[in-house]
Design a protein around this ligand. Structure first.
Ligand SMILES: [Zn+2]
Ligand SMILES: [Zn+2]
Length: 326
């Protein structure tokens, strides 16, 4: 099932999220370590294809085939379907049916409601291939609204300071916007240039994110008491000099690790993750009823150990090329 190009489905002769260009790729979602450019044929959800086109233009793939959630398609001898993974817009689990057995490749997933994408749909299967980005018992994500309240509270406490929140451009940025709106924050939110295109794409695809404004050309004082979203690392660079006394926050599951927040100069860590935490990973393994669990993409050992103890046949799949995303 694995090859140097990544996860490979032999009876269908295709790869899932290949790390190097292949003739036929099935893509779970638009993050850069899953959706790469240069494959000959690409099968993905309409949302993922739109994201790949926005990111790669002509290089998104030789031919791009969009497949809606739940629609079956047969490739070789394998029936392929996508189910929502609840990770980012367009994100999918890949369900593979072949000669009476079923493999589900989770891709990246989370279990909490996210206003920007449909929720993860558990699917009974024989083999479940799960990610394990936060596959350690210390990772238990708090409720996301509690973290958003921290940000809004800080904004009230420091009305003279700009609040710079570092977010990943795909998914986290839009989720933070949607959560701010849900918390009643209706003011314009200001965006670093690198976040504008994908945010507009979400809007075009029907996800309402409220008033946003590019920060370019604004006077420094106009940003006092405002929320500015920017990609990771922006606070440390010269770009941030245009902001009035920024209080630096970051929204990521890794903010659970204090040393990481400190090392990055984050004053206000917000533990908001687009990946399942430990409880969600273990609950999901129980829910899908698979006999076999393959763990990839993160901290494999602890989850393999847990699944083995719980009576599953479990093993780590060492796939190269995936980043410690988030
Ligand atoms: Zn991802
Ligand atoms: Zn990933």
């Amino acid at each position: 099932m694995t090859s140097p190009s990544g996860l490979c489905c032999e009876p269908g002769d295709f790869h899932i999220d290949p790390v190097r260009p292949v003739p036929r790729a099935v893509i779970t979602h638009g993050h850069g370590d899953h959706a790469r450019s240069g494959n000959e044929q690409v099968l993905a959800t309409p949302g993922t294809i739109a994201i790949m086109q926005a990111r790669y233009g002509e290089l998104a793939g030789g031919s791009l085939q969009a497949l809606d959630y739940g629609e079956p398609v047969t490739i070789g001898e394998v029936m392929v379907r996508f189910l929502p993974a609840g990770h980012v817009l367009g994100s999918a689990q890949v369900v593979l049916d072949y000669r009476g057995s079923r493999v589900v490749v989770s891709g990246d997933y989370k279990r909490r409601p996210d206003p920007t994408c449909p929720p993860f749909e558990p699917c009974n299967c024989d083999v479940f291939i799960t990610e394990a980005t936060f596959g350690l018992p210390v990772f238990r994500h708090p409720p996301d609204m509690q973290e958003i309240d921290k940000l809004l509270h800080s904004l009230r406490l420091f009305p003279e300071r700009c609040h710079l929140v570092e977010v990943y451009a795909l998914g986290k940025c839009q989720r933070v916007l949607a959560l701010l709106r849900r918390a009643g924050h209706e003011e314009p939110v200001f965006l670093h240039g690198a976040l504008i295109e994908l945010t507009q794409l979400y809007e075009e695809l029907g996800v309402r994110l409220g008033p946003v404004q590019p920060i370019a050309g604004l006077a420094r004082d106009a940003l006092k008491g405002k929320i500015v979203l920017a990609p990771p690392g922006a606070a440390a660079g010269p770009w941030s000099r245009r902001l009035p006394d920024p209080r630096v926050a970051m929204a990521s599951g890794w903010m659970r690790v204090r040393q990481r927040a400190k090392a990055r100069g984050i004053e206000l860590p917000l533990v908001i993750s687009d990946h399942a935490d430990w409880d969600e990973l273990t609950a999901t393994i129980g829910e899908v009823g698979a006999e076999e669990v393959w763990v990839t993409h993160g901290r494999e050992e602890a989850l393999v150990h847990h699944a083995t103890k719980a009576g599953y046949r479990a093993r780590a799949l060492a796939l190269a090329g995936f980043e410690e995303e988030e």
